[in-house]
Design a protein around this ligand. Structure first.
Ligand code: FHN
Length: 428
């Protein structure tokens, strides 16, 4: 029965539930994720701290009394996000704890209802984001461990089993649909970032129903993969993929320290360089980076996170040509000195050179002739030579490019190789 349902759902999906516009997403490359909720008050892990019984539920929920949003400035948030070079942002409209950031009419748990902030904090964010021309993504947790009609509560405490009380489960499904309808009606996001799907099946969530609901508001809406098989793109989390993911579209969601939300004790911040390198790694494999920040309960953003976003901004604005609209690069075997991407039409090969090379940079396995080599963001034309190209051999020659010290970026210098046509590689 389950198999039949899945086949039916897949058929429906391919028959027209998928009118999504993936091009903006594919071109955007960088998004900023924001985990903001009552968990920032004590600095405990978002929702998981009570689910895993590290913190009693009542104590967790009592954090609401300390959530002030007293310095919340959504315009400043949007400005920071835009200045990083991100083209979209995704905010946790509701995490697994069930506390909505907006004034939901169908649930009792929300920032306006429970906290001294006393107001809807989602609407001004949406306005600020749109004002900056960024694409809007809304994170929504399908599972809701606070909701009495939801079967799971804490790790050791289950409320009921769906097949023993389908009417109760249906009440929960109706609640989810009502909240998602509210979000689509009020904000009509460009992207839905669902989460928490793992606890139930596509059939139980009514995943195709959710997709058709949100596409009835916005046929082009992009949906992440966490809706039990119905999304548009894969979402590896924290673990940077080692090999190129199979999915045509993917996005690495990634923390700057070790936490999604603000945690006072977590000072394990990555450096701006480390984050930039991971971003370039994603680019080279054709993916996006969704980089998370965790604002404090008052709405301020930790300076370490601001620093990372600013450095990304410095680098992305200088190297825009080699970021937006690029596609996965050639095999890593072709350029051992760093990462590569390609222009959309495949005729420009971008080389991302870390630090200061100790000699000419070398590219191999490229069949094309290089018409021109230049430094992205500077325009300086570079001397390049081909070695080992023998008339009787199929193996392409080694391309050596001379990169003077005066052209180097403090983090990653980008060299554009303009080819005589779409790239052709020879990898034997
Ligand atoms: O359980 C959540 C977690 O708290 C966080 O929101 C991340 C972000 O991708 N998603 C879930 C785990 O996969």
């Amino acid at each position: 029965m389950k198999k039949l349902f899945a086949a039916f759902a897949l058929a429906l999906f391919s028959l027209g539930l998928c009118a999504q516009d993936m091009e903006w997403f594919d071109d955007a490359k960088l998004g900023i994720f924001i985990h903001w909720g009552i968990y920032a008050v004590d600095g405990v892990s978002e929702s998981w701290s009570f689910h895993n019984e590290k913190v009693p539920y009542d104590k967790y929920m009592a954090q609401a009394k300390g959530f002030t949003a007293s310095k919340y400035n959504p315009e400043k948030w949007a400005e920071l996000i835009a200045s990083s070079g991100a083209k979209y942002t995704v905010l946790t409209s509701k995490h697994h704890d069930g506390v909505a950031l907006w004034n939901t009419a169908v649930g009792e748990l929300s920032i306006p209802a429970l906290t001294p902030a006393g107001r809807d904090v989602l609407t001004p964010f949406v306005e600020a984001v749109r004002g900056k021309g960024l694409k809007l993504g809304l994170y929504y947790s399908l599972l809701d461990w606070s909701r009495d009609d939801y079967p799971n509560f804490t790790v050791n405490n289950t409320r009921y089993k769906i097949d023993e009380d389908p009417a109760r489960w249906q009440r929960f499904v109706d609640f989810n649909f009502a909240q998602i309808r509210e979000l689509s009606e009020a904000y009509n996001p460009d992207l839905y970032w669902f989460d928490g799907d793992w606890e139930q099946t596509a059939q139980a969530w009514n995943s195709p129903g959710i997709i058709s609901l949100i596409r009835s508001y916005n046929p082009a809406v992009v949906v992440n993969s966490r809706i039990q098989g119905y999304g548009d793109y894969a979402t590896p989390e924290i673990g940077v993929p080692i090999a190129r993911p199979d999915a045509r579209y993917w996005e690495l969601c990634y923390t700057i320290n070790d936490s999604w939300g603000f945690q006072h004790k977590d000072t394990n911040f990555k450096t701006p360089y480390m984050v930039l390198r991971t971003f370039i790694d994603c680019l080279s494999n054709g993916g996006n980076l969704l980089l998370d920040i965790g604002p404090r309960e008052d709405g301020t953003i930790p300076s370490e996170e601001v620093k990372v976003l600013k450095e990304l901004g410095r680098w992305t604005s200088k190297h825009a040509e080699a970021v937006y609209g690029t596609r996965a690069g050639v095999s890593p075997e072709c350029f051992k000195g760093g990462y590569t991407t390609l222009s959309k039409d495949g005729t420009v090969l971008y080389l991302y050179v870390p630090g200061k090379p100790s000699g000419p940079i070398e590219v191999k396995g490229i069949v094309n002739a290089v018409k021109k080599a230049r430094v992205v963001g500077k325009g300086t034309e570079l001397k390049h030579e081909v070695y080992n190209k023998l008339s009787w051999q199929e193996t392409p020659g080694l391309i050596e490019i001379y990169l003077p010290g005066s052209c180097l970026d403090p983090a990653f210098t980008v060299v554009a190789l303009e080819l005589d046509g779409p790239v052709k590689t020879f990898l034997k």
